[in-house]
Design a protein around this ligand. Structure first.
Ligand code: CIR
Length: 255
């Protein structure tokens, strides 16, 4: 959770056509842009260098850059998104990764894996199978990272939840913020778990970025729990990205 760099992408006008499980209204472009700017400012306030890529109108969900790659200290892995409208985002991200990495590996057909299903902790890489990530994709990630010394563990994203990390976040080397429904699966045995407050499951997707815990605004009880546990909480508006099932982790690649 200590990072010197991040990559984000400006939201496109086409974002109003972004994928969503349930239609709760069209995102407001101006408000989305404001929230995105606040998010990038929060990342930069920790001293990290943030590369801000141009919007991609052909890819409505391309603001959610996390799904296109996995960035590790040893190298980067280009994902293979399981959403057909997002498949092309991965190859487009590769040249940007090449500015920062010499060793870039790529998940090949026929497997699928999206970055939102991957939680990297200090001791392992947890990956949830989901509608976007297959067991084959997880195996491919295992093969891609084994010689870098990583252990990849397959877990299950709860039914009806978009990504594994929709419901959990790494807070520090031993602590995970998780919804109760996800933690109940037992996948975090051996970690300290802080639960999102009842009714505040939508803030499970939060990020620890250097000294900050950056969480979506509007979840006061969970924010208070985190504050009392000693974390420095920074809230960023996320109402518009939330209409597209997006949250704090989706909006950047961190390394
Ligand atoms: C999608 O369905 O792919 C986008 N509307 C949201 C992606 C969110 N990304 C993430 O959780 N890593």
């Amino acid at each position: 959770y200590t990072f010197s760099h991040a990559i984000s992408r400006q939201p496109s006008q086409s974002i109003i056509k972004g994928l969503r499980a349930v239609d709760t209204g069209t995102p407001d472009l101006a408000l989305f842009a404001q929230h995105h700017a606040d998010y990038v400012a929060a990342l930069r306030s920790t001293g990290a260098e943030v590369t801000l890529l141009d919007a991609l109108e052909d890819y409505p969900d391309s603001v959610f850059v996390e799904d296109a790659a996995l960035c590790l200290p040893e190298g980067a892995v280009v994902m293979r998104p399981g959403a057909p409208t997002r498949l092309g985002e991965a190859a487009i991200m590769a040249p940007t990764l090449a500015h920062f990495y010499e060793d870039i590996r790529t998940i090949e057909a026929p497997d699928f894996i999206e970055g939102g299903d991957i939680l990297t902790t200090e001791k392992e890489i947890l990956v949830g199978t989901s509608a976007r990530t297959t067991s084959g994709g997880i195996e491919a990630l295992r093969r891609a990272t084994v010689d870098w010394g990583y252990t990849v563990r397959e877990v299950t994203t709860p039914a009806g939840v978009l990504h594994f990390k929709t419901d959990c976040s790494l807070l520090d080397e031993e602590t995970i913020l998780s919804t109760k429904r996800l933690a109940a699966s037992g996948c975090f045995e051996g970690y300290r778990v802080i639960h999102t407050a009842e009714g505040e499951e939508a803030c499970g997707n939060t990020i620890r970025f250097n000294e900050l815990v950056i969480m979506p605004s509007g979840f006061p009880r969970t924010a208070e729990v985190l504050d009392k546990a000693g974390y420095t909480v920074r809230e960023v508006g996320n109402s518009e990205a939330a209409k597209l099932d997006g949250g704090m982790s989706c909006l950047s690649l961190r390394f």
